[in-house]
Design a binder for this molecule. Structure first.
Ligand SMILES: [Zn+2]
Ligand SMILES: [Zn+2]
Length: 179
């Protein structure tokens, strides 16, 4: 998704920049994200002062998360605002305020895809949950506790762990003779 800065010169009303951006890289890098639909990008770009370009709008998509407790995949819509300010180098004034949060650009062509991807990554939840009260997985048998109790907690000891206990006794040398 390209923004041509020279298209914005002498157009104080700005320009709409719309399209779709694929962000497959996000799912590859973030383990809590299984998939992301192409992002629907709706932006307005304007030259707010000579050589300085403001791009604002909204990003919309649907994300398949992996629940951080039970690992179930679930889809949810994601919508996040987008704000980015670019300064075209060299600037007419020669310098720009580096503390002003602007991205320096050395060409008339700006690829917006990496900025869209970055904004999306920042909007992702830290630890996604399939539901607020997700019960997660049983630490003993791995069953998904949202689907009902697995029975582990009802019993003092799972028979499988008892066997393992016997095995340990064998390893540590004490012959219990429990065969
Ligand atoms: Zn869950
Ligand atoms: Zn269990």
């Amino acid at each position: 998704m390209k923004l041509m800065l020279h298209d914005l010169r002498g157009r104080p009303e700005g320009m709409a920049v719309c399209g779709r951006v694929s962000v497959d890289e996000v799912a590859r890098r973030d383990r809590s994200v299984a998939a992301v639909e192409p992002v629907q990008v709706e932006l307005e770009a304007r030259e707010i002062s000579p050589g300085v370009f403001q791009v604002d709008g909204t990003l919309k998509t649907r994300v398949a998360y992996r629940c951080s407790r039970c690992l179930t995949e679930f889809w949810e819509p994601l919508e996040t605002p987008f704000h980015e300010r670019f300064v075209r180098l060299p600037t007419p004034a020669g310098e720009w305020d580096q503390e002003d949060d602007m991205t320096p650009i050395e060409s008339d062509e700006v690829d917006l895809a990496p900025y869209v991807e970055q904004a999306l990554i920042l909007a992702l939840p830290w630890r996604p949950l399939c539901r607020p009260q997700c019960r997660g997985l049983c630490p003993e048998c791995g069953a998904n506790l949202n689907e009902g109790p697995c029975g582990c907690s009802d019993r003092a000891t799972d028979p499988r762990w008892e066997k393992l206990g016997e095995l340990w006794k064998g390893i540590s040398g004490s012959s219990g003779g429990s065969g």
